[in-house]
Design a protein around this ligand. Structure first.
Ligand SMILES: Cc1cc2nc3c(=O)[nH]c(=O)nc-3n(C[C@H](O)[C@H](O)[C@H](O)COP(=O)(O)O)c2cc1C
Length: 189
């Protein structure tokens, strides 16, 4: 059994994958552990869409890129402006050609939507890391608006994509990204 410390040390964003699809049993184990995440009022709001079809993943990348570029065009102060060049390149696949894309989705009709989903993604990442699989949250990949595409991936009408996370066997494991030490504003004893 992998130690907690090793798990923390080993998790990092993976952006280069082997082409192999993710085994269904492993995927189910990971999702079972994901669902152990805490959630406000124990709502457990997460639903999952699993896509292991590379062509469809590429179309989702193209759709998200298009919508992000539209946003930037309308608002030059957009937080996404800094990604304009990379998003404009036809060669960019925001999902890094990963073999598997997991969309975390649910109804965004309560205050703790973002927090509940962020925790679920963290559990997902650690569950995947424990099985030597790599993940990366792709914030640039969840801007899916096209109703036909939404229908094709099986996203219900009133559901939102809370997070798009890629999964697969790492082809290359990068060094960890350095962290700043904790900033304690005040300790009150
Ligand atoms: C909400 C969120 C959105 C992210 N979106 C992207 C993304 O679109 N593309 C990407 O390559 N990495 C993305 N990342 C990964 C971060 O860049 C990464 O977590 C950070 O640089 C720290 O590196 P580490 O995960 O290896 O520790 C995202 C991470 C989070 C938490």
């Amino acid at each position: 059994m992998i130690s907690y410390k090793t798990l923390l040390d080993n998790r990092r964003s993976i952006r280069d994958f082997k082409p192999d699809k993710v085994d269904q049993t492993l995927l189910e184990e990971i999702l079972n552990e994901t669902c152990m995440a805490p959630s406000a009022s124990n709502a457990q709001p997460w639903r999952f869409i699993i896509i292991q079809d590379r062509a469809l993943i590429e179309r989702l990348s193209a759709e998200s890129k298009k919508n992000l570029l539209d946003t930037i065009k309308k608002d030059q102060n957009s937080q996404f402006k800094r990604y304009e060049r990379i998003l404009s390149s036809p060669n960019t696949n925001v999902f890094y050609n990963a073999p598997c894309l997991v969309l975390f989705c649910g109804k965004n009709d309560y205050s703790f939507f973002a927090s509940d989903f962020a925790l679920a993604v963290a559990y997902f990442m650690f569950a995947a890391t424990a099985r030597n699989l790599g993940t990366c949250w792709i914030g640039l990949g969840d801007k899916i608006k096209d109703p036909k595409l939404k229908n094709e991936i099986g996203l219900p009408e009133n559901y939102e994509i809370a997070a798009a996370v890629i999964l697969g066997s790492p082809a290359k494991i990068p060094d960890t990204v350095p962290r700043k030490p904790p900033v304690i504003l005040k300790t009150i004893a």
